[in-house]
Design a protein. Structure first.
Length: 570
């Protein structure tokens, strides 16, 4: 019998090995499929969890709410396009107590070290308060964010949200205002123009203000220096284009940084220029003379009034002059030496009813007209109690309290040809034309007043306000403050209101100091002629070239209308 061949003997073994290999591959395939299914399930679970947290989780929900409630705002620029306010991304830091995995006491100690507004016990109380989400800091500084992130605590959440930045810090701060923590306008033009700044359709169009950064900086610098020099508790200044009503500069001191407006004291946040109302004293006297010229009660600058040592008003009040004449004096002299006695008599001729009508025409009897929400309303005697004595005292700036912007608008009305226009903080252009206004004084009266106020600066109480070559005209004002319901003998409001160049008026300005003190340089005097007047002159010397006003020693107002009626004292 023949033996089997080797090939036939090996065949069953080969088949067995092939079967085992197929079985092994099938098992591996099954395991791979199971692994892939498990991996896919894990991925799906993670995605679902992330989606859930994104929609309903504490951190994401809070972050979404915080970010979505803060609108991106348009920029604010000055009249030359210089940025004054813009929106950037800032850090927000929050604490989620339920996510904390580290030592809570150690974390409290670190928070107290980095944010000392609370001690360790205070932060521990926050962690144990049961809250799911606590803001640690919005608009957080990068250094703080870096330090908190370095703690490596999952319970500390970081996110980004829009923030308002004022790159010029305190420049025109009371004009710009600020935004609240949710990015909406809280004060100033931010609040007044909130709708425009928040409108997505206007996002590429910055809000252009009438303010000139260069002029604003000069006004702020000189007022701050005056406040420091005369140790005043506050100051304010306004510069206005008398033909358009544009406010080119406006400031209030103490200074305000809108980047941290919420942390500033109330005194700094208060806008003295548009919200504060003050008795501004003799700066009102030009209005009284202009009223009398308009009504015909004063027919020339040489008209004579008895200006003796004192004048008794109805009701028993007696008024006096700082520079008594002790003789009859002309209208020109009354203004030059700021006579209360002479001005009171002129006001009495005009009468209370006509006086109030002129004041109303200049906007003095209502809230000051400007875009800002911070607007002051004139304080004065009710019409039912407006006596002849009231008329006479209002005539020289007492018994009536107005804002510095009121006063600047009054001088603009008086010297632009007699037309009242509301002030504006928006640049005049095609989209924002000059307001039509209303006539208060005739052009003739407006013209006659030029030489009268130029006389005050060349020969009267306002000599220190002169800026050589710029033909300044204006009026000093010193008024006692009301302290505890009574006029104080030691606390004054001093101001200078003026116009330049007086031969062809273009700009009106008011500077005011709140409670300036006397010094060796002022020989102890604290009246406007020694502090507000020189401040005015310094500002004009700095800003006139910026405004295109050239010094000219050969030009001036028509002084022939007043000089013949001024007696040279021996």
């Amino acid at each position: 019998m023949n033996a089997p061949t080797p090939a036939l003997v090996a065949r069953p073994e080969r088949l067995r090995l092939v079967g085992q290999r197929r079985q092994l591959l099938a098992i591996m395939h099954q395991r791979l499929m199971v692994g892939m299914l498990i991996f896919g399930a894990v991925i799906i679970a993670i995605v679902l969890r992330l989606t859930y947290l994104g929609l309903f989780g504490d951190h994401a929900g809070r972050q979404l709410t915080a970010s979505s409630s803060i609108p991106e705002r348009g920029d604010i620029v000055d009249r030359d396009g210089q940025p004054l306010a813009r929106t950037i991304d800032s850090w927000t830091v929050a604490l989620q107590p339920s996510k904390i995995i580290g030592d809570k006491r150690a974390l409290s100690a670190e928070l107290a070290r980095l944010m000392p507004e609370k001690d360790a016990a205070g932060w521990m109380a926050e962690i144990n308060s049961g809250k799911s989400f606590i803001y640690l800091r919005r608009r957080a500084a990068p250094r703080l964010v870096q330090a908190l992130n370095a703690l490596g605590e999952p319970g500390i959440a970081l996110s980004r949200e829009p923030d308002r930045l004022y790159p010029q810090t305190d420049l025109a701060a009371h004009v710009l205002g600020s935004t609240d923590i949710d990015g909406h306008g809280a004060s100033g033009m931010e609040r007044a123009m909130d709708g425009y700044l928040s409108d997505p359709a206007k996002r590429g169009e910055p809000l252009t203000l009438s303010i000139s950064s260069r002029v604003q900086q000069a006004l702020e610098h000189e007022l701050l220096q005056a406040k420091t020099t005369f140790n005043a508790i506050g100051a304010a200044g306004v510069l206005i284009d008398i033909h358009t009503g544009e406010v080119l500069a406006m400031t209030s001191l103490p200074q305000l940084n809108p980047n941290i407006a919420g942390n500033m004291n109330p005194e700094a946040r208060f806008n003295r220029a548009t919200l504060g109302v003050f008795e501004l004293g003799s700066t009102f006297k030009p209005f009284t003379v202009a009223m009398a010229l308009e009504t015909g009660d004063v027919k020339s600058m040489g008209q004579i009034y008895p200006c003796y040592d004192k004048l008794s008003l109805p009701g028993g009040r007696v008024i006096t002059d700082t520079h008594p004449f002790g003789r009859p004096c002309s209208v020109a002299e009354i203004m030059m030496e700021s006579s209360n006695i002479g001005t009171a008599q002129i006001a009495a001729q005009v009468g209370g009813e006509r006086q109030r009508a002129f004041l109303k025409g200049m906007g003095f009897m209502n809230k000051v007209e400007v875009e800002l929400p911070e607007r002051g309303r004139t304080l004065t005697i009710p019409v039912s109690n407006w006596s002849q004595a009231t008329t006479m005292t209002v005539g020289f700036g007492h018994s009536i309290a107005v804002t510095p912007l009121h006063l600047a608008m009054g001088y603009a009305t008086l010297f632009n040809g007699g037309i009242y226009r509301p002030a504006t903080l928006l640049k005049v252009n095609r989209g924002h034309p000059v307001a039509p206004g209303r006539r208060v004084f005739s052009e003739e009266t407006s013209y006659k007043m030029r030489s009268l106020l130029r006389l005050v600066v060349t020969k009267g109480t306002g000599k220190k306000a002169d800026a050589i070559g710029y033909r300044v005209g204006g009026k000093t004002g010193t008024a006692e403050k009301i302290v505890g319901g009574r006029y104080s003998k030691t606390a004054n409001i001093t101001s200078f209101a003026g116009v330049f160049p007086m031969d062809e008026p273009r700009y009106a300005m008011v500077v005011m100091l709140d409670e300036p003190k006397g010094s060796a340089d002022t020989y102890g005097f604290r009246t406007a002629g020694w502090n507000s007047a020189p401040t005015f002159g310094k500002v004009v010397a700095r800003i006139a070239p910026m405004l295109g006003v050239r010094p000219d020693m050969k030009r001036d107002a028509n002084m022939g209308e007043v000089l013949p009626f001024v007696r040279e004292e021996k």
